[in-house]
Design a protein around this ligand. Structure first.
Ligand SMILES: NC(=O)c1ccc[n+]([C@@H]2O[C@H](COP(=O)([O-])OP(=O)(O)OC[C@H]3O[C@@H](n4cnc5c(N)ncnc54)[C@H](O)[C@@H]3O)[C@@H](O)[C@H]2O)c1
Length: 395
């Protein structure tokens, strides 16, 4: 049975604690830290946590604790992770790992030097739909993955630190593009190196120094492209969608607004419906189990299983570091208007050349396209192997 300290009793601390505390597993939060004692005490009472403190060092150094979960704003991740690593504790951290690739690198170095367990809490690669979609991809059902598109947009976050460029390390891109980057990496292959990025970032709605709108294209070494769409300008709730397209197939995923559960009410009165839902009147799109749909359940299962087996979980701080490097390149490109290299100091993945798959039609021709026409005939568009001439045969 793990003895876990939860650092932070805010929005994500609540989601994490709900997930861990409500299951029938033996994993339990033993201690919660929050800087305000009243909130810490109340949180402990709500979730049946035996102990609480408003002293972070006390929580991290508590001899009973073996795992620390960092559920605090971005600007505190490095400080608290390094404290946990120095205390020899395993540490799990919410996204993004750092505010920049450089900060993430310092965090990664600290845990690796201390030799402690580390897990990057990127929940959106663990939700049931994504896990099933990844299974299709890993079995080759989609062929070679060419394009992964991930969108996370909503009207804006729920606390001031997100809107503070210095504290957050950016705006919508660092906040939500980090999910999209890791979702795309997971589908394209985490072993494939992201090489360069093109970004468009802008501030369209909120009166803030950081961006509230961003689109990034990331080219991977094997030619695959990730399309990252992260914005705080979307109205109507939270739009979480992914599209994966390969040489042999396509997957479309819709995680939030159209989940097959739709309610109409003229009067409202429900109050909270689902994360970032803007109204409780009219057509509503509730989510059956938010912890499940967002991947928290499988994420903590993976983290705790890996911890027990002394193995690396699916998502480690190295993944968090690569994500930060990808976002750095999109930010840089957003300023220069050019493709910018994704600078990863020590690439631990593989080398993947761009592969062009061709099919022979006959000894002399390569098949470019086979299409069934309205009259039912097949039209084969061909390229001559020697002359390069393009022709067609209709059968
Ligand atoms: N899906 C996800 O994985 C997900 C979703 C939301 C937030 N997050 C991440 O979780 C982190 C926290 O976000 P949140 O939504 O819980 O924010 P929040 O504002 O709801 O809660 C923040 C928590 O940090 C504490 N805190 C704030 N400033 C502090 C300070 N200076 N010193 C000590 N404690 C301080 C607050 O007391 C509170 O417990 C962020 O890094 C965010 O990116 C992840």
């Amino acid at each position: 049975m793990h003895k876990i300290a939860m650092l932070g009793a805010g929005f994500i601390g609540t989601f994490y604690t709900n997930t861990i505390q409500r299951s029938r597993s033996e994993d339990r939060i033993s201690l919660v830290y929050n800087r305000t004692p009243e909130t810490a005490r109340e949180f402990a009472k709500t979730f049946d946590i035996p102990r609480w403190t408003s002293d972070a060092d006390e929580a991290i150094n508590d001899p009973e604790i073996d795992l620390v979960i960092v559920a605090l704003p971005n600007f505190l991740h490095k400080e608290f992770i390094i404290k946990a690593a120095n205390a020899g504790k395993g540490v799990l951290c919410t996204k993004p790992l750092g505010r920049t690739g450089e900060e993430a690198r310092e965090i990664l170095d600290a845990v690796e030097k201390a030799g402690v367990f580390h897990g990057y809490l990127e929940d959106l690669v663990y939700n049931p739909k994504t896990l099933k979609a990844l299974d299709f991809v890993h079995k080759g059902t989609l062929g070679r993955i060419l394009w992964a598109r991930s969108r996370e947009t909503h009207p804006g976050p729920h606390s001031p630190h997100f809107f503070d460029k210095e504290k957050a390390g950016g705006g919508a891109l660092i906040d939500m593009g980090c999910h999209c980057a890791e979702i795309c990496r997971s589908f394209i292959g985490k072993d494939v190196r992201p090489v360069e990025a093109l970004g468009h970032i802008d501030t369209l709605v909120h009166p803030i120094a950081a961006e509230d709108f961003s689109i990034g294209l990331v080219r991977f070494e094997n030619g695959a492209v990730a399309q990252i769409e992260a914005a705080w300008t979307f109205r109507g709730g939270m739009d979480l969608r992914d599209e994966i397209s390969g040489t042999e197939g396509t997957i479309w995923l819709n995680h939030w607004l159209r989940t097959g559960f739709e309610v109409f009410t003229s009067g409202g009165g429900q109050g909270y419906v689902a994360e970032k839902m803007e109204s409780d009147k009219g057509w509503l799109f509730p989510v059956g189990n938010e912890e499940d749909a967002l991947g928290y359940i499988e994420m903590f299962n993976d983290m705790f299983d890996a911890y027990e087996k002394n193995e690396a979980p699916t998502e480690t701080f190295y993944d968090g570091y690569v994500v930060n490097c990808v976002l750095d390149a999109i930010y840089k490109s957003g300023k220069t208007g050019q493709w910018e290299p994704v600078e990863i100091e020590d690439w631990r993945g593989g080398k993947h050349e761009k592969v062009k798959t061709t099919k022979d039609y006959d000894d002399e021709h390569i098949l470019i396209k086979d299409e069934i026409m309205p009259d039912g005939k097949h039209k084969f568009i061909l390229q001559h192997k020697e002359t390069g001439r393009v022709s067609q045969i209709v059968k």
